[in-house]
Design a protein around this ligand. Structure first.
Ligand code: KDG
Length: 310
């Protein structure tokens, strides 16, 4: 069973010390990007995941390919483009403790050149599920068209809304996202994005709207340190939250989504899938980098057992 994701892989330069970037002297590099992160989690649960993307013909492009391959993601359809691989910097714990802020250097990047011609028809048609995010819809018209093309061909679809205010306005986000939500198998959304898309931030009210307007099947409502709630088959299942020391919260949502999708598609119950996915998302925030701390299933179990001890 194969999952396919479309989106821009990026190189992340993560501040090794907290505080304003203007006084940070050292950064460490990680490979990231929401859909690549998602694929890493899907693969870690035991499914295959292919990334449809473009990277630059440069060292960072090679870093993306090598890292994706090392983590078991199928990068054979990733194209090399003459534009540079996009990068972004992360400022940590400033001005809000336990939060991070991103600064993008990705305009006209290779990843933004993703286009409908990159959508491998047989790969997409044969996939169990095709996934993308609001980030890919935001980065360029051609990337948005690539997602729309893939979604026309895909048997089943999944979206993480991931509205990044530095990439586009709420109005543009609302319009583009509403075009791809119809009939989704999985929707991942948080209160801020739900308010932008359907005008409701209360989980129950927002999910009613997503159901009525878009016939979405499973909605995973992400509430950060307050956990999550999965709405499926007329029931709401609470996803746990765990208290840990936060190094960098970026990437948690992708781990939650990838782990959840991977386990549900392999027949695990929603209750079990969201517990494991929450463990994966929690471990991700304890280190810098979006995917290095994605646990395998045994590690996730050990984490969950440690949380249940008195
Ligand atoms: O979800 C994590 C991503 O936000 C991060 O890796 C960078 O893809 C990224 C983006 O566009 O913000």
């Amino acid at each position: 069973m194969r999952v396919v994701a479309l989106g821009e892989p990026l190189v992340q330069l993560n501040a090794t010390s907290p505080g304003p970037l203007r006084y940070v002297h050292m950064f460490e590099t990680h490979v990231a990007g929401s859909e690549l992160n998602f694929c890493v989690s899907v693969v870690t649960t035991g499914l295959q995941c292919s990334l449809l993307a473009r990277v630059g013909e440069d060292e960072f492009g090679k870093a993306v390919i090598e890292y994706g391959r090392a983590r078991g993601v199928d990068v054979s359809a990733v194209k090399v483009d003459p534009s540079p691989t996009g990068v972004y910097f992360i400022q940590r714990h400033f001005p809000v403790p336990d939060r991070s802020e991103v600064f993008y250097y990705r305009k006209d990047s290779a990843g933004s050149k993703l286009s409908p011609e990159d959508v491998d028809e047989s790969l997409v048609k044969g996939a169990r599920l095709v996934h993308s995010t609001g980030i890919t819809l935001a980065i360029s018209d051609s990337a948005r068209q690539a997602v729309e093309r893939a979604f026309q061909l895909a048997p089943r679809r999944s979206v993480d809304t991931n509205i990044r205010p530095k990439l586009w306005s709420p109005e543009r986000a609302r319009e583009a996202l509403r075009r791809v939500l119809h009939g989704l198998e999985f929707l991942f959304v948080d209160p801020v994005d739900a308010r932008i898309i359907v005008g409701e931030e209360d989980p129950d009210a927002a999910v009613r709207r997503f159901r009525e307007e878009f016939s979405v099947e499973t909605v995973v409502f992400k509430m950060g340190e307050r956990g999550s709630r999965v709405y499926v088959d007329g029931k709401a299942v609470a996803g746990p939250s765990f208290k840990v020391r936060v190094e960098d919260p970026i990437g948690a949502g992708d781990a939650l989504a990838g782990y959840f999708v991977g386990l549900v598609l392999q027949g695990r119950s929603v209750e079990e899938a969201i517990r494991y996915a929450s463990a994966a998302a929690t471990l991700v925030v304890t280190v810098r980098g979006d995917t290095e701390a994605v646990p395998d299933l045994k590690e996730a179990s050990r984490f969950l057992n440690s949380q249940e001890l008195p």
